[in-house]
Design a protein around this ligand. Structure first.
Ligand code: ADP
Ligand code: G6P
Length: 467
């Protein structure tokens, strides 16, 4: 029997992926900031999460409960995976919305698949939502779902949140089925963005493309008000603080430093292996500083965690080759037997191992060319219970509008990145503590619970449990 919920989240990914190992079928936490942010929200307010379970099949796995969340899987076939997920979502929309830092690929056959899969998600959401429920749709993979769901279930309150940037009008206009995407989004009552500028881009686009009138951030869609607004996403700060303060995590952080040969400076990068993250330019900055003699190995070493991501998409394959070539070059020039300059890890880690890495790092480098938010930057700040550590942060990460005490840099300017990195490496402890403390204070009052509450209140759901 289908469980009907008064609070439903719809996202392409479930918080867990189904993986088949020698021991049979297992569930493993899935990657990315969306899952990191939404998991605690849904765990707190018992609700249903509609999403893809990671594998390919005609039939979805049966719904099940996980840590207080009702999980409702939606199936994707291998053709959906190729056309809707790898194609339309991650080779067209992802690069286009990230300032076209890689050239978006447009293919007509991907479009129909995107429609079909969006309809499947809308159908599943319509099935699990109770009368008058709140349904919160997430991210760029599901932009047609708000309108499709409204058509099926006009009784619902529908919210939409975009986790990635929303492009300026001139860029969005490249999208072949742009009006359909825009109408899809406008099916929601409230559309949330990471940044104020993105919300402004959106309301202007509605006028430009569909001739809709707006006042402030409220668009008139055939007499129905649709609000757009900025809701910067965050992390479960208390959980990260707890993890980082755990003696086992602290011991592991010490062990990591010892295994690295107790260097004076540990520089860390943690990202999905994605071309928006600026991994190459960060490695290049490190190499040039070694080459200039401003940093030396083994006094300074770098750890780069590059989580495998979207591995069949060509842009990602090219990036992997480039990053691994650069790592090889740096280690070839500056490493010694048993002492590499860059420790490159193309793997997934547990949350506690990541917390230990954050605690072990003197400098965290977060240098995306473009990023909706970047939760890794917030995780690092929250993890520094010892109030040490310094953050180098790209001005093009959403987090830069909030974490003003980071060493901000323009990732397109190599000299600027090098300068920010050196300043972070040489920061005096009291100054590092002052900066981290200010950012921590900010994050405690702007955690993921605050994000969800603010959005849902604006949607007219003051308390999820009462919904
Ligand atoms: P994105 O959503 O684009 O991946 P974010 O920085 O916003 O970028 O979020 C990434 C999330 O994925 C963070 O919560 C981070 O801790 C997690 N993560 C990144 N790399 C790994 C890894 N190797 N193992 C486990 N979790 C990871
Ligand atoms: C970003 C996107 C999410 C996505 C995540 C991981 O955070 O905003 O929607 O889930 O990356 O990417 P993946 O393609 O593996 O789901």
């Amino acid at each position: 029997m289908t469980v009907r919920s008064s609070f439903v989240v719809v996202a392409n990914r479930l918080p867990v992926d189904e993986v088949t190992t020698d021991e049979g079928r297992q569930w493993r936490r899935s990657p990315g900031g969306l899952v990191t942010a939404l998991h605690p929200v849904l765990a707190e307010h018992k609700g249903t999460w509609v999403g893809w379970a990671g594998g390919t099949s005609e039939e979805a796995p049966e719904p099940f409960d996980l840590e207080g969340i009702h999980i409702h899987p939606v199936p994707l076939t291998s053709l959906d995976l190729e056309r809707y997920y790898e194609g339309m979502s991650n080779a067209t929309i992802w690069p286009l919305y990230h300032d076209a830092v890689e050239t978006p690929v447009f293919k007509r056959r991907w479009r129909e698949s995107y429609r079909q899969v969006n309809a499947r998600f809308a159908e599943a959401a319509a099935e699990v939502a109770a009368e008058g429920a709140t349904v919160w749709i997430q991210d760029y993979q599901l932009q047609l779902v708000p309108a499709m769901l409204r058509e099926r279930r006009p009784d619902l309150k529908i919210g939409f949140f975009l986790h990635i940037p929303f492009p300026p009008i001139e860029l969005f206009m490249q999208m072949p089925f742009r009006a359909e995407i825009l109408r899809g989004l406008l099916g929601a009552d409230l559309i949330g963005f990471q940044q104020r500028l993105a919300a402004q881009n959106f309301v202007r686009l509605a006028r430009h493309l569909l001739g809709l009138r707006y006042e402030g951030q409220v668009i008139d869609v055939d007499g129905r008000p649709v609000k757009a607004g900025a809701f910067p996403i965050s992390i479960d700060v208390a959980e990260m603080e707890r993890m980082a303060a755990d003696p086992a995590v602290q011991a592991r952080a010490k062990q990591i430093r010892a295994e690295l040969g107790d260097p004076k400076t540990v520089i860390l990068g943690v990202d999905r292996l994605d071309y928006t993250k600026g991994i190459e330019l960060r490695l290049k900055a490190f190499r040039e500083l070694l080459s200039d003699g401003k940093l030396t190995v083994p006094e300074a070493v770098m750890i780069q965690v590059a989580t495998p991501s979207r591995e069949r998409v060509e842009h990602y394959q090219t990036l992997r080759v480039k990053v691994e070539r650069e790592v090889g070059r740096i280690n070839g020039e500056f490493g010694r037997v048993g002492v590499p300059a860059v420790h490159y890890l193309h793997q997934s880690y547990s949350r506690t191992e990541l917390a230990a890495l954050y605690c072990a790092a003197d400098v965290m480098m977060v240098t995306p060319l473009r990023d909706g938010m970047n939760l890794v930057a917030k995780e690092y700040v929250a993890a520094r219970a010892d109030t040490g550590g310094a953050l180098v942060l790209s001005e093009f990460a959403g987090a830069a509008t909030e974490l003003r005490q980071a060493f901000l840099c323009n990732p397109h300017d190599p000299e600027g990145v090098k300068e920010a990195l050196l300043r972070a490496v040489h920061i005096e402890h009291p100054e590092a503590r002052r900066r981290i403390r200010i950012m921590q204070r900010y994050l405690r009052t702007h955690d993921v619970g605050h994000w969800a509450r603010t959005f849902l209140r604006e949607l007219g759901v003051p308390d999820v449990e009462a919904a």
